[in-house]
Design a protein around this ligand. Structure first.
Ligand code: 2PG
Ligand code: MG
Length: 432
């Protein structure tokens, strides 16, 4: 039976924030089915693909009925009869059908759900797990997880300026062990937060709510939590930050709400460089606003030989921006979020561009998520080396970590944990 696309269905379901989102289901002629759910960001770059929302009063304006209607009226008729294994062909049709540079007409949410569902259907047709279908016979490594302990920024009412306080365990030796160590740190952090009081729950991605007087306090607490967990800071467990500085300013300077500091771009760069010397920091995402490339280059030049500097809002999973940023040594790693650009093919192109410059590659979830585990398979099958999902609580996050455990088990004796090999060569050589 053929792999031709026989049906494409969209529906409105609900995400981890209780907001509507798009689910797409694709059926091939032989009966193979693929299904995927669009995630949604809160701290978004200006150059990202745009979700189509209904607006108005219902569901806070977040409804996706128009996006779902577009799947039925335009996307399904255009894809019917195409070969479901022709991901590039399908994605090209989706992009040209939309016709806008940012997928705003049919909606990045509709397009990404369909693009990912087609990929799942093709893997089902090949009767292979998605990661294996993507690996296509090449040997791939299990990604190094980057896991949130405190969630701040736009995910926690801007309670801290820095958005994600995370940990990484590159010496863990296996994915399973990395999760076990992280669990020790997460629980130790909870105990310390409770002692300090008041413990006020969790942020959007499930990390502890950041009740701190300053960003430095949060870094101190995270370092203490690592020590209290019985693991060694800077050996077993490293700190990784997503500053998401786009939310704090840009070339004209940055505003830290904690303490009401205003800093020039240069002073903010110095501040971050100082943090990297004071704390066991291995990775820093978006130290600069999306257009402040000079500042980010300054940080990369100062510490990029031993600290991973990741572009997220700065690069928006766009292959051309990755190439431009590489030409100016803006960073040494790229965050890869399929819904930032809209299709699997375009996200893969950004990943390949980053790999071409020997950058680190981190496949990432969004702050609005669901039970969809596609990113676990992309991080593994694309041999990205790193995976960022959010915290170590709440099932929309745990679903991805648990899927990684199944993948690790399926690999059996061939399982290889990326560890320091997941970083740009200078960092890998210096730290390993
Ligand atoms: C990020 C993500 C995930 P959001 O900035 O990297 O933490 O957040 O999905 O809100 O853009
Ligand atoms: Mg980010």
């Amino acid at each position: 039976m053929s792999a031709r696309i026989a049906a494409v269905v969209g529906r409105q379901i609900w995400d981890s924030r209780g907001r509507p989102t798009v689910e797409a289901e694709v059926v091939l002629e032989n009966g193979a089915v693929g299904r995927a759910i669009a995630p949604a960001g809160a701290s978004r770059g200006a150059h990202e693909a745009v979700d189509l929302r209904d607006g108005g009063n219902a569901f806070g304006g977040y409804g996706v009925n128009r996006a779902v209607a577009g799947i039925a009226a335009e996307i399904a008729p255009a894809l019917l009869g195409m070969d479901g294994r022709d991901q590039a062909g399908v994605d090209a049709v989706l992009a040209s059908l939309d016709g806008t540079p940012n997928k705003s007409r049919l909606g990045g949410n509709a397009i990404v759900a369909v693009s990912m569902a087609v990929l799942h259907a093709a893997a089902a047709y090949a009767r292979a797990p998605l990661w294996q279908y993507l690996a296509n016979g090449k040997s791939v490594q299990l990604p190094l997880p980057e896991i949130q302990i405190f969630g701040g920024g736009a995910h926690a009412g801007r309670r801290t300026d820095v958005q994600d306080f995370m940990v990484m365990c590159p010496n863990a030796g296996s994915f399973r062990r990395a999760l076990e160590i992280t669990d020790d740190v997460y629980r130790a952090a909870g105990r310390l937060m409770e002692e300090k009081g008041p413990l006020t729950g969790v942020a959007d991605e499930g990390g502890w709510w950041p009740n701190f007087a300053s960003n430095d306090d949060a870094l101190d607490m995270l370092t203490r939590a690592i020590d209290a967990s019985g693991h060694r800071a800077g050996e077993d467990v490293f700190i990784s930050l997503d500053i998401a500085a786009n939310e704090l300013g840009d070339t004209n300077g940055y505003h830290l709400a904690l303490g009401d500091h205003r800093l020039s771009s240069d002073a903010w760069a110095d501040h971050i460089i100082k943090w990297a010397g004071q704390y066991p920091i291995l990775s820093i995402e978006d130290p600069a606003g999306q257009d402040d490339w000079d500042m980010m280059s300054k940080v990369t030049a100062a510490i990029g030989d031993h600290v991973q500097i990741i572009g997220d809002d700065v690069l928006v999973t766009n292959a051309q921006r990755v190439k431009d940023a590489a030409a100016r040594s803006v960073c040494n790693a790229a965050l890869i979020k399929v819904n930032q650009v809209g299709t699997i093919t375009e996200a893969k192109a950004a990943l390949d561009a980053a790999a071409g410059h020997q950058w680190g590659r981190i496949v990432s979830a969004r702050s609005g998520e669901s039970e969809d585990v596609t990113i676990a398979h992309l991080a593994t099958g694309w041999n990205a080396g790193q995976l960022k999902v959010g915290s170590f609580t709440r099932s929309e996050r745990m679903a991805k970590w648990n899927e990684m455990l199944r993948i690790e088990e399926a690999m059996g004796n061939d399982a290889q944990f990326a560890g320091f090999a997941a970083f740009a060569p200078a960092i890998a050589a210096g730290r390993a």
